[in-house]
Structure formats: structure tokens, C-alpha cells
Design a binder for this molecule. Structure first.
Ligand code: MG
Length: 408
């Protein structure tokens, strides 16, 4: 097949909403991992081997070209010429800058959002097959929900749209090059406000065909979208297990915290934080399941911020970390090795408290108590030790989808 298509990838967005949705330092959106590669590598890879593609032009954030070459282009075995241009202030301005660099020989341009990494090579071929007689073809979804028009200020619902006529535009959008260029030229500055390219062609009276499909084609805007994309890629398909252990010296006149529960005793665990060995073991188990290091890496006892802090805080932080990876604790099994006080009545309370902390049912948390049989530091009453096993399982894509639907 002749190389008649130039692919344009707008990838110059600042990723503000993504940054705001992320906990702690993370790579920029397009550099985030999906199936062990930066997200944008998946997007570019889908177009790299298609016979009809002449070249790929990527609009990147100002000042990011060197990094893009180093971290992205070096990972792709490129068979197509690739050109980087500096993006504009809006998505449409970025596309316009790329359009100006398209080869003379190309008849069509295919625009595809950099942040839609689930794109498949077949999709472009499918668009091409549907071109006959049209100025362009747009991939998207038939709208299932009931959509209403309302006045944002008062909430007044003005009318309900006929959903059989509604179509949610996605990318790729395949458009005749001359027609798109003319649309940008004619609309001038106004064109730069457009949120997709099809709307410019529509505004100029061009005839575009909507091509509904049902494949997942998530546009990664927030971190939740990335989690969803990962789940669609089959990441997190198997549960992950983590093992944790902790031991603390017992000293007089320290409050005795176990699993976040205050246990009455004339002594308690010595520690930089509250010395809660059980919560520390569970924290380490969660980090272990994530392959993310240990409690000392995250909450160093040299840092003032963790001094005398309640250990529930550690748990909340690592649960957040798991959530960002699309995982959540689904089971805990722990053993406490302690000579005295006898845990008897506290075991149940600790179980319920930890279950609540991890948003689990009490039956998903098991707390077993052992003595040291008079042997070793635990047996001599000098220390408390705890072991924990934690299972992390994927946050179901459906529950994320429901939450996504609910967002503004
Ligand atoms: Mg500890």
C-alpha cells in the first residue's frame, strides 16, 4: 500500500489534572508506565509498522524534545521517519504546528491523542476502508447514557437529547489533509479553541463519517484513567503477596499500641513512631507486595515528620500507593508473638480495627497470638514481634468505571 497518511500525535498537554490526581512524585503522564513501557510508546508503536503511514509527527511540550528523544524514541524500533515539533498553547494549536510540517505527498492526516495508549494498528486500516466519498472518518462510541442539556448556573434541565443520534468522538480521526489545512486557515485563531479536529472540518461544512466501535480507548487524564488502562492491558491480573516482620523492644512507661489499638500495660514498645509492631509488619507486607522497598525507605526514623506519629498514617500512605497501582489489600494474616500482656480480649478489637483501616470485612483480617514459651527476647518479655502476610488484588475495572462516570 502507498504511504499516503501522515500521523499527527498531539502530546504537548501539561498533564495538570494527572499531576493533581497523583500521590507523591511520579513521572509525567506520557512517561508513566503501562505494561512496563512509557504510555506514549504504546501510542506511537501502534502506527509505526503500518504500510500506509509515511511519517509520524509528534507535538511535544516546549523544552521536552531532548528528554522525549532520550526516553521515548530510543525505546521504539522506528521504521517510520519521526518528527518532533514544539506544541502550542492548546491541543489544536499543536496540531496546526504539526500540520505545517506534513509531507507534500501525504493525502491524509491521522490525528491521534498521545494519551490514548490502547489504540490498535487495525483501527487505522478500518478508518481507511470507510473513507470512500467522505472528507474524513472519526472513530468513537455510540452514547448509551441519557444525555441532557442543562444550565450550569441554576441546574435547570432544558431538554433531553435523542441518544440514537449521539456519538462520542475519540481519536484516531482520519481526515483529508487539504481539507483540514483549509479549515485551520479559514478559522484562524478561532480554530485553536477546538477540542478535536473533526469539529473544524464540520464548521467549514466538510462531510465526516462517524465510525462507532466498542473497543476500550481510554484517554488518560487522571491517574484513575491510567489504572483503568493498566487493567485493560491485563496488568494486575494475578494477586500479589507481601510478607512483613517487625520487632520492638518493650520498655516501661510507653503507651502500648498494637494494630492501632491501645492495650493497657505498664510498658510499651520503644520506637521512633508509636512503635506499633503489628502495623509496621503490615505496612512492610503491603510495600513488599508492591515491590516498593520497606518501611524505612518511606518513613525513615531519622525524619522528624514521623516522630511519635501514629502508625495508622503509614498504613494509609502505603494503601494510597497500592491504589495508584490499581491494587488494594484484600486479605491480612498476622501473628503477634508476645509474652504479656495476654491479648485474649484485644485480639478481636485489633482485628476489627485493622479491617476498618484497610476497608475490609473483619473476616478478611486474621490476628493470631503466640507466646515465646519463655524463650528468647519475646519469651523473656523484652520484645514484641509481629509477622504479617498481605494479599493485594486488582481494584475491579467496573468499580473504577463507576467512579469515573461520577466525576465532573
Ligand atoms: Mg517498627
Amino acid at each position: 500500500m502507498k504511504q499516503v497518511v501522515s500521523v499527527i500525535i498531539p502530546a504537548a498537554g501539561s498533564g495538570k489534572r494527572f499531576r493533581e490526581s497523583v500521590h507523591g512524585p511520579q513521572p509525567p503522564k506520557l512517561y508513566s508506565r503501562l505494561a512496563n513501557k512509557p504510555l506514549i510508546v504504546h501510542t506511537l508503536g501502534a502506527f509505526n509498522h503500518l504500510p500506509s503511514v509515511r511519517e509520524i509527527i509528534v507535538a511535544v511540550e516546549p523544552g521536552s524534545q531532548a528528554r522525549f528523544r532520550r526516553e521515548i524514541l530510543s525505546r521504539l524500533k522506528l521504521t517510520k521517519p519521526i518528527l518532533l515539533v514544539t506544541g502550542g498553547r492548546t491541543r489544536a494549536e499543536s496540531v496546526w504546528r504539526a500540520l505545517k510540517r506534513v509531507s507534500k505527498e501525504s493525502v491524509y492526516v491521522c490525528i491521534h491523542d498521545g494519551a490514548r495508549p490502547l489504540v490498535q494498528p487495525e483501527w487505522l486500516a478500518h478508518l481507511m476502508k470507510n473513507l470512500n466519498g467522505w472528507d474524513g472518518v472519526v472513530l468513537g462510541k455510540s452514547i448509551v447514557p441519557t444525555v441532557k442539556v442543562f444550565e450550569r448556573k441554576t441546574g435547570w434541565i432544558k431538554r433531553t437529547l435523542n441518544r440514537s443520534e449521539l456519538f462520542e468522538a475519540e481519536t484516531p480521526q482520519l481526515i483529508k489533509k487539504e481539507i483540514l489545512i483549509n479549515s485551520y486557515r479559514s478559522l484562524g485563531q478561532r480554530a485553536f479553541q477546538a477540542t478535536d479536529d473533526a469539529s473544524l472540518v464540520e464548521a467549514m461544512g466538510g462531510r465526516l463519517k462517524a465510525l462507532p466501535h466498542s473497543e476500550p480507548n481510554i484517554k488518560v487524564t487522571t491517574h484513575q484513567d491510567l489504572v483503568l488502562a493498566r487493567n485493560f492491558r491485563g496488568e494486575n491480573a494475578v494477586p500479589r503477596f507481601g510478607l512483613g516482620f517487625d520487632r520492638h523492644r518493650l520498655v516501661p512507661e510507653r503507651p502500648f499500641y498494637l494494630g492501632g489499638v491501645r492495650v493497657p500495660a505498664p510498658f510499651g514498645p520503644l520506637g521512633h513512631s508509636d512503635g506499633d509492631a503489628l502495623l509496621h509488619a503490615i505496612t512492610d507486607a503491603i510495600l513488599g507486595a508492591l515491590g516498593a522497598g520497606d518501611i524505612g525507605d518511606f518513613f525513615p526514623n531519622t525524619s522528624k515528620s514521623w516522630k511519635n506519629v501514629r502508625s495508622e498514617k503509614f498504613i494509609r500512605e502505603v494503601v494510597k500507593l497500592a491504589k495508584e497501582r490499581g491494587l488494594r489489600p484484600s486479605q491480612v494474616d498476622a501473628t503477634v508473638i508476645l509474652e504479656r500482656p495476654k491479648l485474649g480480649i484485644y485480639k478481636k478489637r485489633v482485628q476489627v480495627h485493622i479491617a476498618k483501616l484497610l476497608s475490609l470485612a473483619p473476616l478478611d483480617v486474621s490476628i493470631k497470638a503466640k507466646t515465646g514459651e519463655g524463650l528468647g527476647p519475646e519469651g523473656q518479655g523484652e520484645a514484641i514481634s509481629c509477622q504479617a502476610l498481605v494479599v493485594l488484588t486488582p481494584i475491579a475495572p467496573t468499580s473504577i468505571l463507576l467512579r469515573l462516570r461520577g466525576r465532573k
